[in-house]
Design a protein around this ligand. Structure first.
Ligand code: SF4
Length: 447
């Protein structure tokens, strides 16, 4: 459990020497309690106090990397039950499960699907993050071969070794040790052998048990055996069980500081019916899963799950924004149209996409309105005639175009008169109200 400022104060030297940059030990203790200072700033604190404070300040849900390299994904590290309380930090990783008894061609094809799953949406790269190789062949040699092949065909994906046979798992871990695979998993029966593998190769280990009581007993056992990077599988399979177990795990970790359940959660949502699978996966993403394993990753399914995940893991207090500048869509020449909009990511990507669809090379002036959409920015006084005219003057666009015409969004047609007053010599044209009318609008100007 987190310590209060007074509890922390009792562990400090109480000399008020100011070496930490705070006027008193109590002020430093208060800052520590709020997570605004680092205990390392006090050079005189005892080793024993450091240990107590270090344990107390450890995050309630352990954070570590799934995989290695630039595309490793962080799992865990969440601090709130509800997104609106602060934000969710580490987006849930999506994985595809691949059985090792498929033919080499099928294994390669499925791995390549994961490798090629990346799409861009509102400026962010979204993809299937991991491949889970299932030990279905019951042959250690076949499993190792399949793991190697999948790892080779999906070089950036994190790997989950879905194998409860310790000998087969160890051979596979050795084959892809540099990729830091997640070993899935340890049960009450094989805990000792699996813990040894995890420690020897410094890889995370999944604790698999039926129900939360058995699960917390297992994680305590694994920690006792020296494993710290643990993922939880409570055996939840239905939507009801996933909501129930994942919520209890998150609550126990955050509200009660219950360490045995303070780890990221994995849910296998495999179903024969894709619609059902994507529905259960959505429940798992919304309710606290850190890793969701799917049986297939069709494009429509990815798009639905990527969008849900992206929306849940953005900061609700900070609108997504793009940089304020004049963007070129296509290769505009000096006579190309000049349009203006705000820097809300979604607005920018929709408007620039429609300008691109028009095939009319254009300049798109994107103005910083703190990430607000056009109407909201106008209503908030951030997209006004005075501010737009200043932005246009400062942007230097006048020297890049041979005309003086600015196309404004139809939703703020009301600004046209004031803008013509402020931007002397400029013609203000009112564009469409909706972005999907932009292609017709731009094309009609070229005929
Ligand atoms: Fe107190 Fe340590 Fe800060 Fe000195 S450096 S004032 S002892 S907390």
């Amino acid at each position: 459990m987190a310590l209060t400022g007074v509890q922390i104060f009792k562990l400090l030297p109480k000399t008020n020497c100011k070496k930490c940059g705070f006027p008193t030990c109590l002020a430093f203790a208060m800052a520590l309690a709020q997570g605004k200072a680092d205990i390392a700033k006090c050079p005189d604190v005892s080793e024993e106090s450091k240990k107590v404070l270090g344990e107390a300040s450890a995050p309630p849900i352990r954070t570590f990397d799934l995989g290695s390299g630039a595309k490793a994904v962080k799992v865990g590290g969440e601090t709130v039950l509800f997104r609106h309380d602060k934000k969710f930090f580490n987006p849930c990783a999506l994985a595809i499960n691949i059985k090792d008894n498929l033919s080499d061609d099928e294994l390669a094809k499925k791995a390549a699907e994961a490798a090629n799953s990346e799409i861009e949406r509102v400026g962010q790269k979204l993809r299937v993050d991991a491949v889970s190789v299932e030990y279905a062949s019951n042959s250690s040699a076949q499993y190792e071969k399949a793991v190697k092949l999948v790892a080779e065909k999906a070089p950036d994906a994190s790997i989950i070794l879905n194998c409860k046979d310790a000998a087969a798992a160890e051979a596979a871990v050795k084959a892809v040790a540099a990729r830091k695979p997640l070993v899935y998993g340890a049960t009450n029966e094989n805990a000792g052998a699996m813990a040894n593998i995890a420690k020897t190769h410094s890889v995370p280990l999944c604790a698999c048990a039926q129900g939360l009581e058995a699960l917390s007993a297992l994680t305590e056992k694994l920690q006792g055996l020296g494993v710290n990077d643990i993922v939880l599988d409570s055996g939840a399979k239905s939507a009801k069980e996933i909501i129930d177990h994942n919520t209890q795990i998150r609550r126990a970790a955050l509200r009660k500081g219950f360490k045995p359940l303070g780890f990221p959660v994995i849910n296998f949502v495999l179903r024969d019916n894709s619609i059902q699978e994507v529905s259960i996966a959505s429940v798992a993403i919304a309710k606290y899963a850190s890793i969701v394993v799917l049986s297939s990753i069709e494009k429509w399914k990815n798009l639905a799950l990527f969008t849900l995940r992206q929306n849940l893991y953005t900061d609700p207090q900070v609108p997504m924004q793009v940089e304020q500048k004049i963007y070129k869509v296509g290769e505009p020449d000096a006579a190309a149209p000049l349009m203006i909009t705000t820097n809300f990511s979604l607005t920018y990507f929709i408007v620039s996409g429609e300008v691109e669809n028009s095939k009319v090379p254009s300049f798109l002036a994107v103005m910083d309105c703190e990430g607000l959409s056009v109407l909201t920015a106008w209503a908030a006084g951030k997209f006004t005639a005075a501010k737009i005219s200043q932005f246009i003057k400062d942007s230097g666009i006048e020297s890049q175009v041979s005309h003086k015409e600015l196309i404004i969004p139809g939703q703020v047609a009301i600004l046209s008169g004031a803008l013509e007053d402020k931007l002397e010599g400029w013609k203000i044209t009112v564009g469409p109200r909706e972005a999907n009318a932009i292609p017709t609008f731009l094309k009609s100007r070229t005929v």
